[in-house]
Write a protein that binds this ligand. Structure first.
Ligand code: FNR
Length: 179
């Protein structure tokens, strides 16, 4: 069975990106297991790495290692991707940047609160994920305007359901590809 680590770049309880991850999982075919990763980690510090590698950072590494692939859903903060996500990537890249993400299929999507979408955060994150030798899905891309995509009660609006299903089918095929 394909096991997918789900990383949401927002820690907010009512996060739209978390809602999108839930909707993605609800539209995925059966036979895939999704596991949410906790990226609420201490700030990366080389001294900490040398003397007391944080348990939560080790747990994140172990979780991703136990998965076939990774789904990342992230907001954009000030035209970049959130520090909490960069911090998590920095931890899992240490001490060996090829240990965890090397050759893993990765799908990247993002939700923002506006029509501007997450183009800049995703393009910055793409550079990082390519550097880390992941098998990153190029297309289809997903830049979601959360205000239009979800109803006030958090459901996916009717007009977007067909697109979502096509996107999830393509993404799941990528996440299930061998690494
Ligand atoms: C934002 N937001 C935002 N949106 C965007 O499209 N481009 C941007 O550069 C920014 N910058 C930004 C900075 C900071 C510090 C915050 C807190 C927010 C708005 C952001 O996309 C919106 O709040 C999302 O809803 C955040 O994602 P979650 O928490 O709902 O998943």
């Amino acid at each position: 069975m394909t096991k997918v680590a789900v990383i949401v770049g927002s820690l907010r309880e009512a996060s739209l990106n978390k809602k999108f991850a839930h909707a993605f999982i609800a539209h995925a075919s059966e036979g895939i297991e999704f596991v949410y990763a906790d990226i609420d980690l201490p700030l990366y510090n080389g001294d900490l790495e040398a003397s007391a590698y944080p348990e939560k950072a080790q747990a994140l590494k172990d979780l991703i290692k136990s998965c076939n692939s990774v789904l990342v859903v992230t907001p954009e903060y000030n035209r970049g991707y959130p520090g909490v996500l960069k911090n998590a990537i920095d931890w899992i890249s240490r001490p060996d940047s090829t240990e965890v993400l090397n050759n893993k299929p990765v799908v990247l999507a993002g939700v923002s609160g506006s029509a501007l979408g997450t183009t800049q955060s995703q393009s910055q994150l793409r550079n990082v994920l390519i550097y880390l030798n992941t098998k990153l899905m190029g297309q289809p891309e997903a830049y979601i305007n959360g205000g239009r995509f979800f109803t006030e009660s958090g459901e996916v609006v009717e007009e977007s359901k067909e697109w979502l299903q096509r996107y999830v089918d393509a993404a799941v095929a990528h996440l299930s590809s061998s690494n």
